[in-house]
Design a binder for this molecule. Structure first.
Ligand SMILES: *Cc1c(COP(=O)(O)O)cnc(C)c1O
Length: 338
């Protein structure tokens, strides 16, 4: 697979680690658990969007853009990483934050990613829930064009075929690490939202004939809808890369049993999963994506869906910044009585 013909900037200095989780494996008594540290991609606290942004910012620069425009939920990790990447290449940025979660605590609107968005210095606009956010972004793009800027619009989550190339890279990287460590991987499990991660990852795995099953755990959409959305983007990414034959639809599998009350709405399982990995291995998950995906992984192990002797890799997509926005849920009792 040849990725050299796509414009790309360097944001992640080296391969992210693939680590064994000995204490958690023993604690759960099931399959051997590994973690791929895409939370350590190295840009402004990192996460999966940084991999997509290598290609998106590369494309923006190739097209002479002066201004990056994107959108996301209030606590979007994508937005934070996008502003940081734009800054690194001297591009201005405007972001639209959608109030997708209602009635949350003050921290949700001011701390975590929102704090960092302000610190990083983008122009921030907010929108109520339920609008067509891509259309909102188009309108802002027109305004910027009128002011003499060359705007480059990045869809929510950086999830188009160009962004998904970042996860093709991640899949090739993991397959190479597995070969090097002589680790037979029975399944890769990760959180799936705007679909670019899973679409790129399965394209990389299938396009390189690596034969590693992938399970996406949905944080928002029902299973069939999410599978359909991932497949659509995987087909586009497959085509962009010019891989021979047809993308195999059967490679896309989603479980949507761990969404709970909706996107960004905490679940008991999420809280348990965040505490479990923190306390067994000292690794921080996030409340919106990886916490729910890991809750799914733990539950599926407990239900015997995965067996002892199998090797599972959890793809950690980042987001721990969001923990600070959920203080009232994760640490309801302050440590200091003041
Ligand atoms: C965006 C995000 C995801 C989901 O990735 P998609 O490409 O949007 O499906 C998972 N984890 C974290 C921490 C994220 O920020």
């Amino acid at each position: 697979m040849n990725l050299t013909r796509f414009a790309r900037v360097k944001l992640t200095p080296s391969a992210t680690p693939l680590e064994f989780l000995p204490r958690l494996t023993k604690h759960l008594g099931g399959p051997d658990l590994y973690i791929k540290r895409d939370d350590h991609t190295g840009l402004a606290l990192g996460g999966n969007k940084t991999r997509k942004l290598e290609f998106l910012i590369g494309d923006a620069l190739a097209k002479g853009a002066t201004h990056i425009l994107t959108q996301g939920a209030t606590q979007s990790n994508h937005v934070r990483q996008t502003i940081a990447a734009a800054n690194k290449f001297g591009l201005r940025s405007t972001i639209l934050l959608e109030e997708r979660v209602s009635g949350a605590h003050d921290d949700y609107y001011a701390n975590g990613n929102v704090l960092l968005d302000q610190l990083l210095g983008a122009a921030i606009e907010t929108r109520p829930a339920g609008l067509d956010m891509n259309r909102e972004m188009e309108a802002v793009g027109e305004r910027l064009r009128g002011a003499g800027e060359v705007p480059y619009l990045i869809p929510g989550g950086g999830s188009n075929a160009i962004g998904a190339l970042g996860y093709v890279v991640s899949a090739l990287e993991l397959a190479a690490q597995a070969n090097e460590q002589r680790l037979h991987i029975d399944c890769v499990v990760h959180a799936t939202g705007s679909t670019g991660t899973q679409a790129g990852f399965v394209t990389g795995i299938e396009g390189s004939n690596s034969r590693i099953p992938v399970l996406g755990i949905s944080v928002r959409a029902p299973r069939e809808k999410q599978e359909e959305n991932v497949r659509r983007l995987a087909h586009e990414t497959w085509e962009l890369l010019g891989i021979r034959g047809e993308f195999p639809d059967a490679a896309v599998a989603v479980n949507a049993d761990y969404v709970g009350g909706g996107y960004g709405v905490p679940t008991e399982g999420m809280i348990e999963a965040v505490q479990l990995l923190a306390r067994q291995e000292g690794i921080l998950l996030d409340p919106v994506y990886t916490g729910k995906a890991f809750a799914g992984l733990v539950d599926l192990i407990r239900k015997g869906h995965f067996r002892k002797g199998e090797n599972l890799v959890f793809l950690h997509t980042g987001g721990a910044t969001g923990l600070f926005a959920y203080r009232s849920i994760l640490a309801p009792q302050p440590a200091f009585a003041r």
